[in-house]
Design a protein around this ligand. Structure first.
Ligand code: ZN
Length: 214
């Protein structure tokens, strides 16, 4: 009731076109620049990268990651998930570093994975864990990024009886995702597909730490 009143008082407006009624309207989601190149990942059978990390998609991801605007997880997840064509036994988030989760109070990849799992009507399994802290990837060149995330993950729990969908917010060089895929396959998961909301620019960012690119 209160929520409906607040919506009436302060309606959501689309980040793309300022239309009222949604955080991102369907029209803007359909017309947002999509990522169409060959994905930079190996090991995954299917890779779904939703958008280019630019414009209002970038803005929505920054609001989700750094401004506590958790509701963008739902709108972004539902903007990409309809493009998935396979079924999975579970959706698995690629966990953010513990220090960053502690600072923010939540993990945006988990929020996204939960929304994708709800859309696909399968469970969200948080079995992929980080085994150690890693340096923010954006500060590093490609080789340093690969070394930085080597053996940074482990699978903690029973092995799902079927393929899983690994979900993350942003991918740049793909080093972190590739390491996570490798960890899942080594653990014995038969098939790993990937869904990422957006692919970042691989050129150095003006403020890489803020962008949190990896
Ligand atoms: Zn719009």
């Amino acid at each position: 009731m209160l929520e409906r009143f607040l919506q009436w008082l302060f309606p959501d407006t689309c980040l793309g076109c300022t239309a009222r009624g949604a955080l991102l309207c369907q029209r803007c989601l359909q017309h947002a620049p999509r990522y169409r190149e060959a994905p930079p990942l190996t090991g995954a059978e299917q890779i779904c990268i939703g958008f280019l990390y630019t414009g209002f998609i970038r803005e929505a991801l920054l609001l989700l990651k750094y401004c506590g605007q958790r509701r963008y997880a739902g709108v972004l997840a539902r903007g990409v998930a309809p493009r998935l064509t396979k079924t999975y036994v579970a959706v698995v988030p690629l966990p953010a570093a513990a220090s960053r989760v502690a600072k923010r109070g939540y993990d945006q990849a988990v929020l996204l994975a939960e929304e994708v799992a709800a859309y696909l009507q399968v469970p969200c399994w948080r079995g992929l864990v980080r085994t150690r802290e890693t340096t923010a990837q954006a500060k590093l060149d490609r080789n340093q990024r690969i070394q930085n995330v080597a053996a940074a993950f482990a699978w903690n729990g029973t092995i799902p009886d079927g393929g899983v969908l690994l979900v993350d917010d942003i991918c740049t060089t793909g080093a972190t995702l590739s390491e996570a895929i490798d960890t899942l396959l080594r653990a014995g998961i038969v098939c790993v597909d990937v869904m990422v909301v957006a692919r970042g620019n691989t050129k150095p960012s003006r403020s890489p730490e803020r962008e949190g690119l990896h």
